[in-house]
Design a protein around this ligand. Structure first.
Ligand SMILES: Cc1cc2nc3c(=O)[nH]c(=O)nc-3n(C[C@H](O)[C@H](O)[C@H](O)COP(=O)(O)OP(=O)(O)OC[C@H]3O[C@@H](n4cnc5c(N)ncnc54)[C@H](O)[C@@H]3O)c2cc1C
Length: 422
């Protein structure tokens, strides 16, 4: 995307601060709906295309794929992505799962189980962040979104008719509504006086990409071991993205270990199921916690994505939740604009806040419950967990409900998540 030098004052319908996945998807949805949109990011947009920038890959749920299809970017992502046909959750052994077959209590989610609702689509599409970014940058430019990057935003000042978005370099622009898509440590949220609730899990998520020695068949694996979890998520070219969750000190040791020591440790975990695997990209570490903003909106400001809620990556739902925010906010703002309303007014922004309240709380608490139940080493809980996990495989309606929730079909779904244009 070409970088644009800002005029001293520019008027937009929406100024989105943060060009991460939530901000970029929102910008595209608003631009496609005919709003004038500015997107600002502290980092040059091209930086995040490098393999050395961010090792994460996204499991984009089916409902979110419908959203991306409605925005015209699904085909490009599918060309670079890996379809996930099933998710297998296994209770593992520590420290060596080598040679052991999965416990009888394992749980399997197959795309076919909700095929009647999804038209046989995969459970999710795995896309590397850098490839997601490249596709979004092209689409934003084609849709006429004005990008300011690098441009660090210092503050947003609400006024009677617009918000002033002030940059650290002294420049500013104005927009009817400003959006904080500036991530977990959101400066805009803090500046607006919006507090957060939550806690740290004392864990680190270590992310890496490996080449597998056997075909993964499009199956995503989640191995749970006492106090730790390992997700092995299929990528193209017989590779996999790892999200390895460990208590902080062990996570730091995994990051600091030589590639050979890391691989040896990993391959003991993977055992015969998937190993041996070889690292093919740098490792990254992320501290993990739960954080929920007390409000989704303030004067002429709406929060989306991790600025509004940051959850544990155990179920791979954080970004999907942020994309749902983007779908709901884009629908509220574009409908209000069509009706001639002031899109930054409290009455309009309240519609968005009310719409997202229940869904984000449900996801946050469900994820937290999952982290606690599967992260515990208490013997009694382990027995109960194994029994429930095994039984769940046979409880078809419960499994279906969980899969439809994760696919993004639950509740009052925004139009984009049903694949409809705004
Ligand atoms: C290990 C790990 C694995 C994960 N795996 C998955 C998964 O498989 N599926 C899934 O759905 N989710 C996953 N998540 C969650 C996902 O990473 C986040 O939910 C997602 O990145 C949030 O996107 P965002 O756009 O809200 O924020 P971010 O990606 O944090 O983007 C914020 C942007 O704002 C910019 N910015 C910040 N401050 C300013 C400022 N003052 N001025 C201008 N710009 C600013 C930053 O430069 C950045 O580009 C995972 C998370 C972790 C930690």
């Amino acid at each position: 995307m070409s970088l644009v030098t800002p005029e001293p004052t520019v008027n937009f319908d929406a100024a989105i601060v943060g060009a991460g996945p939530a901000g970029a998807v929102l910008a595209l949805a608003l631009a496609r709906a005919g709003l004038s949109v500015a997107i600002l990011d502290a980092e040059p947009l091209d930086t995040r295309l490098a393999e050395t920038f961010d090792g994460r890959a996204w499991a984009i749920a089916h409902g979110n794929m419908l959203q991306l299809r409605a925005l015209g970017v699904a085909e490009a992502l599918e060309a670079d992505g890996q379809a996930v046909s099933a998710i297998v959750v296994t209770e593992g052994e520590r420290p060596s799962a080598a040679g052991r077959s999965p416990r009888p209590g394992f749980l399997r989610f197959d795309a076919a189980e909700i095929g009647d609702e999804t038209g046989g689509a995969p459970v999710a599409l795995m896309v590397e962040n850098r490839r997601f970014r490249a596709t979004m940058n092209q689409a934003l430019e084609a849709a006429g979104v004005t990008a300011f990057a690098p441009a660090q935003v210092e503050a947003v000042e609400p006024g009677p008719a617009s918000a002033r978005v002030k940059l650290t370099n002294g420049r500013e622009l104005t927009a009817r509504v400003a959006v904080a898509a500036d991530g977990k440590a959101s400066r805009l949220r803090t500046a607006a006086g919006i507090g957060v609730n939550g806690w740290s899990y004392g864990q680190m998520g270590v992310v890496g990409t490996v080449a597998l020695s056997a075909p993964h068949g499009g199956v995503a694996h989640e191995f749970f071991m006492a106090g730790s979890a390992l997700a092995v998520l299929p990528l193209t070219e017989q590779r996999a993205s790892l999200v390895w969750v460990e208590p902080k000190a062990r996570g730091e040791a995994l990051l600091a270990a030589s590639p050979e020591a890391f691989e040896a440790h990993l391959n003991r975990r993977l055992g015969e199921t998937l190993g041996p695997a070889r690292l093919v990209a740098p490792r990254f570490g992320y501290p993990l916690g739960l954080q929920i903003a007390e409000q989704m909106t303030s004067d002429r400001l709406a929060l989306v994505g991790d600025a509004a809620h940051s959850i544990h990556p155990i179920a791979g739902q954080g970004l999907n939740l942020g994309m749902k925010d983007a779908a709901a906010l884009a629908e509220v703002l574009s409908d209000a604009k069509r009706c001639g309303e002031d899109i930054g007014s409290t009455v309009v922004l309240d519609r968005y806040a009310r719409w997202r309240r229940m869904d984000r709380a449900a996801f946050a608490w469900a994820t937290d419950f999952f982290v606690r139940v599967y992260g515990s080493d208490t013997p009694l809980l382990k027995v109960a967990r194994n029994a429930v996990t095994g039984a769940m495989n046979r409880m078809t309606p419960v499994k279906r409900f969980m899969m439809l929730e994760a696919a993004g079909f639950a509740g009052d779904t925004p139009r984009l998540l049903r694949g409809e244009a705004l």
